[in-house]
Design a protein around this ligand. Structure first.
Ligand SMILES: [Fe+2]
Length: 253
């Protein structure tokens, strides 16, 4: 099976992802060797640790990267680049500035679709998160909730995710939380969501080729012991492809 990875930090020099074009290429090579064929660059946005480029700057940075990669792909050593589809999005941290940008539609959604990748500061209460989600849905954007297994307010009440999903949110889990040998609350929630079918997308959230690589294959190998290939195809290929094409998603159960 091949994968489409909806969440990664691929654009060089913008956040805590690769520092150089060379590191970006190494991440792409790693992803390709682990059977990813489509990948979305989702740099952090509205994250105070990094300067947030606006939509115009992000598109410019992406166009610049694509130009470099296209030139490189002529070289036999980099010919794999010709088999990788690369898209632009962003990973947006909830803040008043972010919600203002949402209202003005000044955000970079996943491949220009209505799907917008979002994360929350860990200290927020669930009720604040819920009302922020409502504000996004109101302007007819669909929040894709990044790495939901990280939040304590879901550890205690995983049923909340069913509720948010019912209201139209898309649920994303990080592949590494589903790998063999993972322990702790995050892995426990991630595994329980797969068993209950309470998720839509598995993505890598890759940052580098070291500690946080763009790897989907590890999760695939672990999950294929307990789930039909059809479910894994939905989470790791079909739904990501549908999001990039601005289409409705399919559910495993
Ligand atoms: Fe991320």
């Amino acid at each position: 099976m091949r994968f489409v990875d909806l969440h990664s930090h691929l654009l060089p020099g913008l956040d805590d992802g690769p520092a150089s074009l060379q590191e970006t290429v190494e991440m792409l090579r790693f992803a390709y060797q682990r059977r990813t064929r489509g990948i979305v660059a989702t740099p952090h946005a509205f994250q105070p640790m990094f300067s947030t480029p606006g939509p115009v700057e992000l598109h410019d940075a992406f166009t610049g990267l694509m130009k470099h990669l296209h030139q490189l792909s002529d070289d036999p050593e980099h010919s794999f680049l010709g088999e990788m589809a690369i898209y632009l999005g962003s990973e947006n941290l909830f803040s008043p500035e972010f919600l203002e940008a949402v209202a003005n539609r000044e955000v970079v959604a996943l491949n220009g679709s209505r799907y917008l990748l979002v994360e929350f500061p860990p200290f927020l209460s669930y009720h604040f998160v819920e009302s922020a989600i409502e504000q996004i849905l109101e302007v007819e954007l669909i929040p894709v909730l990044a790495h939901v297994e990280r939040y304590q307010f879901f550890h205690r009440r995983p049923g909340r995710l069913g509720n948010l999903r019912h209201r139209g949110c898309v649920i994303q889990i990080n592949a590494e939380s589903l790998e063999e040998g993972r322990l702790g609350e995050e892995a426990r929630l991630a595994q329980s969501l797969t068993r209950r079918g309470l998720l839509d997308v598995i993505a890598s959230d890759g940052h580098d080729v070291g500690a946080r690589p763009p790897d989907m294959q590890g999760a695939f190998e672990r999950l294929s012991k307990g789930f039909p290939e059809e479910s894994l195809h939905t989470w790791m290929w079909e739904n990501p492809v549908r999001i990039l094409g601005n289409r409705d998603l399919v559910s495993v159960y």
